[in-house]
Each structure stands twice: as C-alpha cells, then as structure tokens.
Design a protein around this ligand. Structure first.
Ligand code: ATP
Length: 258
C-alpha cells in the first residue's frame, strides 16, 4: 500500500529523517515507536505532504506521492489525524465532521458517513451541535478520527492519538483503531504507548534519531531486548500489561536515553 525508499527530510540543517525505507501492507496497522525527537511526527508529515522530503521516494499503491501537495494526497486516500487533534474548537461536532469531507461533493453519501461516525463513536452521539472545544479530551480524539474518516481514507495516519487520555479511554481508542483496521483501512500510528500499540498493531517500526532502528512484526518487536528495555520498561519474561481499570500505563520512554 505504501512504500518509503530512502526518504530524507530536513528542517534547515536538521536532518530529521535519515534514509527511511520500509513498506506497509494493505490493511496493516503499523505502530511507529520512538523517543521524543526521533522523527515520528516528521514521518507522518512527510507522508501527508505537510513537510516535503528532500530526497527519496514515497509510493502509494505504486504511485509516487512525495512531491504532491497535501490536498492531492488527501484526494488519493491518505488522511492524517495530527498530534493534539487540531479540531476547529469553535465549530460544532457536525461542522468539524463536514470540514473533514471538504473534498467530497455527494451530500447523501456524506450524511450516511456522518451517521456512521456517530455509530462508531457512541460518545459523540447526540452531541452533533456541541461546540468541539467543550468536548472532553477522549471525545475530541474520537471526533478528530471521525473527521479524518469523513474523507474516506484508505490510509490513516495517527500522530500520538493517546496523548492526554486516561488509560481506560486509551484502551477504548485502541479497540476502535483495531476495528477500523479489520475493516481494511491501512493505519500508521505514532505512539508513546508501546504496550497497546504493539498489542493492536500487526507491524512495528522503531525510529531512533531519524533512522529506522528496528522493524518487524509486533510479536517480533515485543520479543526484542531493545524494545523491551526502552519502550516496554522490562527485560523480564512477563510483560507487565496495563490494567483496564485506571492503572498506570507505563510510559514508552521509560528507561530511554533521550
Ligand atoms: P515527539 O514525540 O517529541 O513529538 P517526534 O518523534 O515526533 O518527537 P519530530 O517532531 O518528528 O519527532 O522531530 C524530529 C527532529 O526534527 C527533532 O530533532 C526536532 O527537534 C526536529 N524538528 C521537528 N520539527 C521541526 C521544525 N519545525 N523546525 C526545526 N526542527 C524541527
């Protein structure tokens, strides 16, 4: 579905992505792990065209996209849920959802998709007129994902979706992401919560200072000493899983040298 070949991205003199190469199968859910500053957001923004790669190639189903502007990339089927959600806080829930569908014209299909968002995210049900800025953090994250779905993406890029959510909500969020993945949407999720992201993901990538340090199936990564040490906070046999009842979710960066 997506292929990155030797992608280099710079901010002035800062070399943020260094020869990044990997591919993502159709329908896969890929977790991108990495400490602060490793390049996760840059990878997302380079894919969606918000930041331009200086060299290298990105293919969406065989078609090169790394030189296309972001709106063309959205039209081709890649939608990003940015870090911090970036909703329109003064607009209502429905208005935010409409903004996600700005590339589409078919009113009946839009209304159908909007109903589907409310079905998928019951927390938003009955809140169509509520001003987005007054929703809770979890509801805002669901709305941000709902807004992205309104563009009918084939690839969804999610940047730190669990940021600021309680453990219970994070679990619900990841359950929703797993359900979307089962419906065939390809997803790349940059996450500090390595436990849950590797639990729902099929593949994982570890970025370290802009390079792909490790990649493989989630199971392979979970068995890797380096991932256990840096992102799962353990080297022992049993992974201490976060509980669902509001217990502490270990920080992905625990033990990091960052
Ligand atoms: P975090 O988890 O803290 O969001 P990240 O893994 O998403 O980190 P990026 O935000 O992609 O990392 O940053 C990668 C590198 O690029 C860092 O060294 C960062 O300081 C630098 N960087 C990111 N955005 C810019 C920018 N707009 N201008 C200059 N440097 C930037």
């Amino acid at each position: 579905m997506l292929r990155f070949e030797g992608v280099n991205t710079f901010y002035g003199p800062i070399h943020a992505l260094k020869g990044v190469s990997f591919h993502v199968d159709k329908g896969a859910l890929v977790a991108v792990l990495g400490a602060n500053g490793a390049g996760k957001t840059t990878l997302m923004n380079t894919t969606s065209g918000l930041v331009r790669a200086r060299s290298g190639q990105i293919f969406l189903e065989g078609r090169r996209i790394e030189r296309l502007p972001p709106d063309r990339i959205v039209r081709l089927g890649i939608t990003q849920v940015p870090e911090g959600r970036q909703l329109f806080p003064d607009l209502s829930v429905v208005e935010n959802l409409r903004m996600g569908a700005y590339i589409r014209r078919n009113g009946a299909a839009l209304r159908r998709d909007m109903s589907e968002v409310f079905e998928r995210f019951p927390a938003l049900n009955g809140r169509g007129r509520q001003i987005a800025g007054t929703l809770s953090g979890g509801e805002q994250q669901m709305l941000a994902i709902g807004r992205a779905l309104m563009a009918r993406p084939r690839v969804l890029l999610l940047d730190e979706p669990s940021l600021g959510l309680s453990p219970l909500l994070v679990r619900q969020l990841f359950d929703r992401l797993a359900a979307l993945s089962h419906e065939g949407i390809t997803m790349i999720v940059a996450e500090q919560n390595a436990y849950l992201s590797l639990e729902v993901a099929s593949q994982g990538i570890v970025l370290e200072t802009g390079r792909v340090a490790l990649m493989g199936s989630s199971d392979e990564l979970r068995r890797t000493d380096r991932v256990r040490q840096l992102y799962l906070g353990t080297k022992g046999k049993a992974d201490p899983r976060p509980d669902d009842t509001g217990g502490d979710v270990p920080d992905a960066k625990r033990g990091s040298t960052d």
